[in-house]
Design a protein around this ligand. Structure first.
Ligand SMILES: Nc1ncnc2c1ncn2[C@@H]1O[C@H](COP(=O)(O)OP(=O)(O)O)[C@@H](O)[C@H]1O
Ligand SMILES: [Mg+2]
Length: 145
């Protein structure tokens, strides 16, 4: 277990307008690690993909609760978890495959692949009817000033 040096938690309704709020809030909190613009971009993109999934897939026909928790761990590591209590994922391995989508035409099926490639580690926990949690870790390289 890595020690938690700082954290923040936020809860919001699965309205699509909250997606930009969530990614901006996480990036603002992460700013204390002095990330590069590239790293901020990666964080925002990963958060955006996870939150969008909760909004569109977790709660397709309802509004529900989304909780985003961000922890700062030892060694400049940022851990972001995005949780919903929505419909859950039947087959997580399949869902993580590039280009797999249940979303039809307008979805690329690349969300998990993007989250994985823009962070150092991604775990998905899910159970049908109970919801989904995505946990991502990203190390922010310390910089000389
Ligand atoms: N929070 C979630 N709740 C329920 N299903 C999800 C969730 N996140 C992802 N999924 C499932 O995993 C699939 C793949 O997700 P993703 O890689 O982001 O692609 P896309 O969102 O374009 O479909 C989704 O189509 C959906 O079936
Ligand atoms: Mg997606």
């Amino acid at each position: 277990m890595q020690r938690t040096e700082n954290y923040m938690v936020m809860e919001f309704l699965s309205r699509s307008s909250n997606e930009s709020f969530a990614r901006t809030a996480v990036a603002t909190f992460a700013a204390q690690l002095d990330p590069t613009l590239d790293e901020i971009g990666d964080i925002k993109t990963a958060v955006s993909e996870a939150v969008t999934n909760s909004i569109v897939h977790g709660y397709p026909n309802t509004l529900g609760k989304i909780v985003v928790k961000v922890r700062i761990l030892e060694k400049n590591t940022l851990e972001i978890s995005v949780r919903d209590w929505g419909c859950g994922i039947e087959n997580i391995d399949k869902a993580r495959e590039p280009m797999f989508t249940t979303g039809g035409e307008e979805r690329s099926g690349m969300g998990f692949t993007i989250m994985e490639s823009f962070t150092d580690r991604m775990r998905v926990k899910s159970s049908v009817g109970r919801g989904t949690t995505v946990v991502m870790q990203k190390r922010i390289a310390p910089r000389m000033r």
